[in-house]
Design a protein around this ligand. Structure first.
Ligand SMILES: *Cc1c(COP(=O)(O)O)cnc(C)c1O
Length: 422
């Protein structure tokens, strides 16, 4: 392992004294990552949901080249540009219709912070300043910055560690009704109770629609989202849909909210929005929210990142959406879903496996016990695939351009790894 990396560089959730092995990448094309040792392995993670069209995509590269020759960045205070306007037009044509105003930022976590600030400022402007807290379901993940962290699952989000300075939010159990299972009305009991007693203090309810990602790779029943949206309306609580992981086709719908035909008041997007090229995110809201904030003191929305609406990021995001919409993405995601289901299902019989589940282009193998990352990570690489499990969860969300043969190789790599691991 490279000494400078091992001794001086933090990796995500890493130890400086007992770091996990890291693998140096020297190239990447399509679904393949090329290691410094010369091997090429299949990326089953799409670099954390973002590289939906594969690496080194000629159309995305060209979009960046074209923009970089014009200008790479300008401040967004008082200035604007074609990439931001084109992307906005494109976004508004595909998101739920009620969303009409877009706020660009640099990362998913910031998009969540912006959404929470919007909800708070809206309620303040609407004369409900006592609405200061947020509610969510357990098992969620919304990012690593302070307020985003406060609505992550309290256990995996390490709330105890930060409890003295983390704002205290309301948590209800995640729905027991799974996406493919039956709907159980009782799943809403806690939400109802919470809203009845606390609605005056809750500004918004934030959820990952249908798919809980980094908090547990769990697919829940669309009826929960539908009923939750209704209850939110009834109690004047805004609904924030965090589509950062699910957006842009991953779940089988362009946005997972569509499974429940729900129009959120605020929506966060990121990850796949970027095409996997550079850090970027967008928070969208309704005109009701935008106008209420703007027609009451302080008459402006109080946020403005230095790299807001970076033209390079906008240009590549816009081209990434073009690529997606030009493809028969729905059929393609269905193909991946069918293949992943067929290929991974046999693992359900394995003695170390608790559950196998697939939705859209997301495949999950839940183990009975948490995996030892020091042992399993190199095994995946030996078997020709790149996966990054956490806890008991081995999961894959490959680039959409993955072929049937590559999907088979990916599944084979997962199977071989699990077999030799346990
Ligand atoms: C990844 C993720 C985030 C955070 O995005 P970053 O770009 O890592 O800050 C927020 N919400 C969800 C649902 C995510 O999957």
């Amino acid at each position: 392992m490279n000494k400078i990396d091992k001794n001086h560089i933090w990796h995500p959730y890493s130890s400086a004294t007992n770091p996990l092995p890291t693998f140096e990448i020297v190239g990447a094309k399509g679904v393949y990552l090329e290691l410094a040792t010369g091997e090429k392995i299949i990326d089953g993670m799409s670099s954390w949901w973002s590289v939906i069209h594969g690496y080194n995509n000629p159309r995305l590269n060209a979009a960046l080249h074209t923009q970089i020759e014009k200008f790479s960045h300008v401040m967004f205070g008082g200035l604007t540009h074609a990439p931001a306007m084109q992307l906005t037009q494109k976004l508004l044509s595909i998101v739920p219709q009620n969303l009409q105003h877009v706020f660009y930022s640099d990362s998913g976590s910031v998009a969540v912070e912006v959404a929470m600030k919007m909800a708070m400022q809206y309620n303040y402007a609407a004369g409900r300043p006592q609405k200061q807290s947020f509610a969510t379901i357990r098992g969620g993940y919304h990012g690593d910055t302070w307020n985003a962290m406060s609505v992550c699952d309290p256990v995996t989000g390490m709330h105890s560690l930060f409890s003295r300075s983390l704002p205290c939010q309301f948590f209800v159990s995640r729905p027991q009704s799974t996406f493919h299972g039956e709907w159980h009305e009782e799943d809403l009991n806690e939400v109802r109770e919470l809203f009845e007693t606390q609605h005056k203090t809750i500004a918004a309810f934030i959820v990952e629609p249908i798919v809980q990602g980094a908090g547990g790779m769990y697919f829940y029943h669309p009826q929960f989202l539908r009923e939750l949206a209704k209850l939110c309306k009834e109690y004047d609580i805004l609904l924030i849909a965090d589509e950062i992981a699910t957006g842009f086709g991953r779940s089988g719908k362009l946005f997972a909210c569509e499974y429940a035909a729900v129009q959120p008041d605020i929506m966060c997007t990121g990850k796949a929005l970027t095409g996997g090229y550079m850090s970027f995110a967008a928070t969208l809201c309704t005109s009701e929210i935008a106008y209420t904030i703007s027609n009451n003191p302080p008459f402006v929305f109080m946020h403005g990142p230095t790299f807001m609406a970076n033209p390079l990021a906008c240009a590549v995001a816009c081209e990434s959406i073009n690529l997606l919409l030009e493809s028969s993405w729905q059929k393609n995601i269905q193909r991946i879903e069918t293949q992943l289901t067929e290929l991974l299902q046999p693992l359900a019989m394995h003695h170390a496996v608790a559950n196998v589940r697939v939705l859209g282009a997301i495949g999950v193998v839940e183990m009975k016990e948490a995996v030892d990352m020091h042992r399993i990570q190199p095994l995946f690489v030996e078997n020709g695939v790149w996966l990054r499990p956490f806890g008991k969860l081995i999961y894959t969300m490959p680039p959409y351009c993955i072929s049937d043969e590559e999907l088979q190789a990916l599944a084979r790599g997962i199977m071989r790894t699990i077999t030799s691991y346990s």
